[in-house]
Write a protein that binds this ligand. Structure first.
Ligand code: NAD
Ligand code: IPM
Ligand code: MN
Length: 348
């Protein structure tokens, strides 16, 4: 039987609950479609950091390289480890080390879910640049704690980086409603964002079947709420994409619905799948985290592994569950109840 090697990093807080829920569903799908998920669990987390002084071992990246895919729950426990330490010790280095430059985040309102805007038919795909831009890590601080202290955090945009994420976006638009909106802030940021706009214009003639719009990030935030039906694929920089995808999640009905894939398109390294949300310390340990975002991310992993039929079945089961009213409002059902409804639908 075909077996895919998966590195499992549940992480912190609800990351653990939603990873367990996801693996139950993915294993059930694997059994039904005749393949196996050979999962190896890594307890890399803030707890590990407190015990060892590291989020992952020194050879963590090399260890992950041997897997077909990485599945991650969520990382962060600010009560014990500063977020800037935990995220730079695990999540962000993985995205960069394996050149997972395309962060794919689908935002769709599922059957039965209303969300705060009652945005039936809401269906956009955010393609977020995932390795450079505002997250490049270039910068520093001098004169710590003094009146003349200076902190610099430089956003870095390279032609290679901008061109490849835009091309990825154009390809995604081709496979959907053939409309791409490039999101920048080129009215205020006249170097990097004007450059981004120029690269978009340069590439557009190569994709004549795709219509292209340019929007500033502030206008896009309003558009996603007021007229999302005009949008299809959105391409944005690392930070802009981060913010817009929490907005997208909220329109979907909450953070518990937004899935995410960090893709290394040339497959030179493993890709990583994780929900958009974090470890949610406010609800951790209460069995009320919605596992749908995580399970949907798991379906994206199956698709990436070539198990399209299983991926489609998982997503259909999620939709069947919400269609029956399960998990449609924050707190309406527990993590276990939502998972059970999805498993039932999968087996039906
Ligand atoms: P968060 O996404 O963890 O939580 C934001 C809000 O959404 C909270 O009220 C939470 O209860 C709710 N929420 C999130 N996921 C939910 C779910 N599945 N079901 C129901 N409600 C859900 O964001 P935060 O509070 O800003 O961050 C908490 C920690 O997670 C921090 O350490 C942060 O750095 C980290 N974080 C990690 C990731 C990641 O690992 N990919 C992403 C975002 C935040
Ligand atoms: C996300 C998260 C991360 C990001 C954080 C935890 C560093 O918010 O995946 O959206 O900003 O990329
Ligand atoms: Mn985010």
């Amino acid at each position: 039987m075909k077996a895919h090697k998966i590195a499992l990093i549940p992480g912190d807080g609800i990351g653990v609950d939603v990873t367990d829920a996801t693996m139950q569903v993915l294993n059930a799908a694997a059994a039904r479609f005749g393949f196996a998920l050979d999962a190896t669990r890594f307890d890399w987390s803030c707890e590990t950091y407190v015990a060892t002084g590291r989020m992952m071992p020194e050879n963590g990246i090399e260890t992950l390289r041997g897997f077909d895919a990485i599945y991650l729950g969520a990382v962060g426990w600010p009560a014990t480890v500063p977020d800037s330490v935990s995220l730079h010790g695990l999540l962000l280095p993985i995205r960069k080390a394996f050149d997972q430059y395309a962060n794919i985040r689908p935002h769709r309102v599922l059957p039965g879910v209303e969300g705060p805007l009652k945005a039936q038919g809401f269906d956009i795909l955010c393609i977020r640049e995932n390795t450079e831009g505002e997250y490049s890590g270039a910068g520093g601080r001098v004169h710590h704690g003094r009146d003349n202290e200076v902190a610099v955090e430089t956003a870095i945009f390279t032609r290679k980086g901008v061109e490849r994420i835009l091309r990825f976006g154009f390809e995604q638009a081709r496979a959907r409603r053939k409309h791409l909106t490039s999101v920048t802030k080129s009215n205020a940021q006249r170097h990097s964002m004007v450059f981004w706009d120029e690269v978009t214009q340069l590439l557009a003639p190569e994709y004549p079947d795709v219509t292209v719009s340019h929007m500033h990030i502030d206008a896009m935030a309003a558009k996603m709420v007021m007229a999302p039906q005009d949008l299809d694929v959105i391409v944005a920089s690392n930070l802009f994409g981060d913010i817009l995808t929490d907005l997208g999640a909220a329109i979907q009905g909450g953070l518990g619905f937004a899935a995410s894939a960090n893709i290394c398109p040339d497959r030179s390294g493993p890709s990583m799948f994780e929900p958009v949300h974090g470890s949610a310390p406010d609800i951790a340990g209460k069995n009320i985290a919605n596992p749908i975002a995580a399970i949907w991310s798991g379906a994206m992993m199956l698709e990436h592994l070539g198990e399209s039929a299983a991926a489609t079945a998982v997503l259909s089961a999620v939709q069947a569950a919400t269609g029956q009213g399960v998990g449609i409002r924050p707190g309406s059902h527990g993590t276990g109840q939502i998972t059970a409804a999805i498993l039932n639908a999968l087996e039906a």
